[in-house]
Design a protein around this ligand. Structure first.
Ligand SMILES: [Zn+2]
Length: 350
């Protein structure tokens, strides 16, 4: 896939010409601490089904918000579908950094991935629960309290999802190779983007395009998935919740927040979780947490992980190969986390 770079305001009409006729846009962002308070958005990447060999890479700072307005209009269009993989921090970067730009008509493939697993991993099945190990201990997840985890889902990174769905090995091998030497492309604040960075951004678009085609063929892109994608992408720009900070225990973790899919997404009386501060229904809490206004089941798991990790560090023993944020193997997703990446080898997010 050939990256086409746009880095001057004068290039925006050509970019618009390349994108505006497409009813579907593959979209991804790169930046420094993307979407978090004090972070910055430096690259927007686009692809279209009409020209699958092209990735349009937009270097945002030298173009500026004013010239990019027609491109933001495409992102805000209800008639053009945007396909992303974990668009939460992309949405935060656009909303908080560019005067409230909102992604509309979105399909988030990270949500589709969790839904797609259902065919082989029913809710509460051993296969579903085992994904939470080693984020939580095997004993915790499979023990007496196993029923508390049926709505707690471990998110997969883009490359991991790609591999698990059996998609073309050469594509993810390229991605994994790029991930091996992150120093080549990690500095998204650079004045000029390197060829490695352009290739990296183009590879992400290529992965998103292929995964989308795969899910589309399997008829997994339902209205329900679109509704869940909308809720997921806008998590941190609504309900009066503040923008995530670089370190935010209850928002920067590899578990799917509750209230997005399945039985936790219903309506009814709510309590505010003392961890993530979101208003959630009864299905999102244990009985005692509901009674005492405590943590939702996901924040409970996040807190447990943090406590266990601190205990292990105190004993100078870390057996689960986690990074400092606890993402473990294969979480990337292009959003909340210490850095961007494919994460196939255990790194993560941007
Ligand atoms: Zn919570």
């Amino acid at each position: 896939m050939a990256p086409i770079l746009y880095k001057l305001p004068e290039a925006v009409p050509a970019l618009l010409d390349a994108l505006k006729a497409s009813r579907t846009l593959f979209f991804d962002c790169e930046g420094v601490d993307l979407g978090t308070k004090g972070g910055s958005l430096t690259v927007m990447s686009f692809g279209t089904p009409r020209s699958p060999d092209d990735a349009h890479i937009v270097h945002v700072p030298p173009i500026g918000a004013t010239a990019l307005r027609p491109i933001f209009d495409l992102l805000e269009s209800e008639t053009i579908q945007k396909v992303v993989f974990d668009g939460r921090m992309d949405q935060c970067a656009l909303f908080y950094g560019f005067d409230g730009v909102k992604l509309r008509n979105v399909v988030d493939l990270q949500i589709v991935d969790v839904k797609a697993r259902r065919q082989t991993e029913p809710l509460g099945s051993e296969e579903q629960l085992e994904r939470l190990v080693p984020y939580l201990t095997y004993r915790e997840v499979m023990g007496d309290q196993a029923n508390m985890y049926q709505h707690v889902h471990k998110l997969a990174g883009l490359v991991q999802a790609f591999v698990e769905h059996g998609l073309d090995a050469e594509v993810w091998e390229d991605a994994a190779e790029l991930d091996l030497d992150k120093t080549r492309y990690r500095n998204w604040a650079k004045k000029d983007l390197s060829q490695d960075q352009l290739n990296y951004a183009a590879t992400e678009i290529r992965l998103i395009r292929r995964l989308y085609a795969h899910f589309n063929k399997r008829e997994l892109l339902s209205c329900e998935v679109c509704e869940a994608s909308e809720k997921y992408g806008s998590l941190w720009i609504r309900d009066g919740l503040r923008q995530p900070s670089t370190f935010d225990e209850y928002r920067r973790h590899p578990l799917l927040p509750l209230g997005i899919i399945d039985g936790t997404a219903g309506y009814g009386f709510t309590h505010t979780c003392s961890g993530c501060k979101r208003s959630l229904t009864r299905a999102c809490f244990s009985r005692s947490a509901w009674d005492k206004n405590g943590n939702c089941l996901v924040c409970r798991a996040v807190h447990l992980h943090t406590v266990r990790k601190a205990e292990r560090l105190r004993h100078q023993y870390d057996s689960d190969h986690d990074d400092n944020y606890g993402y473990g193997w294969g979480y990337d997703g292009g959003s909340p986390g210490p850095e961007d990446g494919y994460a196939y080898y255990g790194s993560d997010l941007d």
